[in-house]
Design a protein around this ligand. Structure first.
Ligand SMILES: Cc1cc2nc3c(=O)[nH]c(=O)nc-3n(C[C@H](O)[C@H](O)[C@H](O)COP(=O)(O)O)c2cc1C
Ligand code: SF4
Ligand code: SF4
Length: 185
């Protein structure tokens, strides 16, 4: 403005871990028990919204994602959330509010790391885009190769159960599968 610039403003998906932490702290605060918490900070998808609800959000606000993609993403968010809750047997979204608070660890350092949960590929949903293979390979583990039909195949020896592949799949064609306890040493 008038030949000057400034650095400021922080919103969107990058702010989500910080926002989740604060919503969880509000959700766990006994002085706020029963109070409505309106959550926000980096919500783009129904999965983001669900994370906030599980940590105590009674409603969820969306700003940056609507500015970037338009109001239509709210319909996707609602239908994704409804489908998920129905699949999991919830009769009402209120039943999910704060459900994750009791099992929230105080930090990532205290999480158990000896169990590997392998990804499971849902072949009917896969479109062969290869994002899971690229992310796993360039993320350092090289545990996925694409077969002759561009469908992912897992090399369990290299898989550490990080679930990066699940996060990047645009088709939700990967989900958590079988567990294995990592041998000691
Ligand atoms: C361009 C822009 C303008 C904003 N204006 C306001 C505002 O006037 N008052 C306010 O309380 N928050 C404002 N916010 C903050 C948002 O309401 C929201 O809390 C924040 O961006 C985090 O959510 P989000 O990641 O969904 O954007 C603004 C955010 C953006 C990106
Ligand atoms: S869980 Fe992690 S290591 Fe295993 S296949 Fe997926 S991205 Fe690779
Ligand atoms: S990212 Fe998903 S859709 Fe793409 S190849 Fe992997 S499993 Fe298939």
């Amino acid at each position: 403005m008038h030949g000057h610039s400034a650095v400021g403003g922080y919103s969107g998906n990058a702010v989500k871990p910080i926002a989740l932490r604060f919503i969880a702290e509000l959700g766990q605060n006994p002085a706020l028990a029963g109070m409505h918490i309106s959550a926000m900070g980096g919500v783009e998808s129904w999965m983001d919204a669900l994370e906030f609800i599980l940590l105590g959000g009674g409603s969820v606000q969306v700003t940056t994602a609507v500015m970037q993609y338009g109001y239509r993403i709210i319909e996707d968010l609602k239908s994704g959330l409804n489908l998920y809750l129905a699949e999991k047997g919830f009769s009402c979204i209120r039943e999910a509010i704060g459900l994750g608070l009791d099992t929230l660890s105080p930090s990532t350092d205290t999480l158990e790391r000896d169990t590997v949960v392998y990804p499971q590929f849902i072949r009917e949903r896969c479109v062969g885009c290869g994002r899971c293979q690229i992310s796993c390979a360039d993320g350092g583990h090289q545990a996925i190769r694409l077969d002759e039909n561009r469908r992912p195949r897992l090399n369990g020896k290299n898989c550490v159960g990080c679930h990066l592949c699940i996060l990047v799949c645009p088709q939700q064609a990967i989900c958590p599968g079988t567990k294995r306890i990592r041998p000691k040493g």
